[in-house]
Design a protein around this ligand. Sequence first.
Ligand code: ZN
Length: 463
Amino acid sequence: MADNDAICKRFIANPGINPIKGGRLIKDKGPYNSYVRLCEKMGYNVDHLKAEVIIPEVKILPSINQNNLWNWVVSDGAEPIPITYPVIGKYKLDDIEQWRVKVRELSEIDINLDGFNDLQLYHLYDLYNKYFFNSALPRITMEISNSLTKTAGKCRTTRDGKQCQYSIIISKPVFVRLNLKEQQSTKSGGIVCQSRLECLQLVLEHEMIHLAIQFHHPDSRAKDQKIYASHGALFKELVYAYFGQTTTTHQIGNILLTDEKEKILSKDKIKIGTLVSFLSKGILRKGAIVDLSPKNAIVSFLNGEIFKIEYSFLNKIHKDDPEYELLLELKSVLNDKLVYLNKINIGDDIKYSERGHVIKGIAFETYPRSNAIGVKTGSSVYKVRYSHLILPSPTNKINNNNKMDVDIKVSKKDRFHVGDKVKTNNGGRIIIGTIIKKNPVNAVVIDEQNKSWSINYDILDFA
Ligand SMILES: [Zn+2]
């Protein structure tokens, strides 16, 4: 049986983390309050943990089950789920998925978005408006843009009072770059999509919730920002109630392998040091996990980049991977850094790297639970992750048995010099130019049109 006292100590020290299972705890949601009650019973002072209830439980909302698809019983011009806070009601997840498929079929848009145009986008909007919103959303302007996706609502004063104009702009490059092969998918709003059209639907759903909020709450900026901010409580609850979307981020471009064999085992089998790959926007990166958080892993890649990545996007590295030896070397360096971190004493001289710069400081504070150290540089203290630490004498580390691998790793960057003529293939387009500067991870290359590019050494060749 778990020791309640130890559980309470952990909970009080870090009420954001589930003291038994790990994972995130949200104030006043899920099991949070049971821990508060338990610790109160154990005699701990938990008054500061009992906060005012801000966000009502989504789960207890009555679910709306339309047996006849879209045969709404709501009054004319009203949304089936009101755009008010707190949100009352939600669609059943099965229904949402069924309706998504239906809307997709009715739209007659090509699954790869071949020949996709503004008219089709209007049609898709109209279908969503009709079948999810009871046609209660306003007429808007829509555009397929070469830059960003955004929703905008502008209210202009006209002679007969206030008139608002709304628009949704969908980014073209995001979808053009998305080349999902068989057994590949990506995510948007926490939901998996397996084609350009499916992903576009998820993005449109997200934008339509923004639009609905702007339409019903044009003064949202003047209201309580916890609720009415762009991705505030109202948005989060509505995008879940209407579409089952659980996050407010799009991860289109990050590739998810749907072939179970290729996927990373499972979240609880991932450890610090696990070797993983990550495919995004056509670039395959390989590296080792340096830290874990409830939803994401922090991965240090062979090319020096460090990213925070949701677990589901990480893939296994096989022993027959051509870069397996290099990855083992990276893993052993990381391991040495962890060992080094645990030996650091307050007051020691510390060196770490930050975006390619070497920074010197003094160990000031330890964070035993987070594999990091507080380093004082000048008058500020920075929390430095162990993977950023520079080992005191890296030259002692080179193991002769591994010399070949070290040489290969070093050569990637060191074989290029300022003035070298180089080329690279940038998504089908060949760039030829001259190196004018060597940065730690990328070379700065000027092409024949005098345009400058920052190119990773890994993908550079001699011209
Ligand atoms: Zn948004």
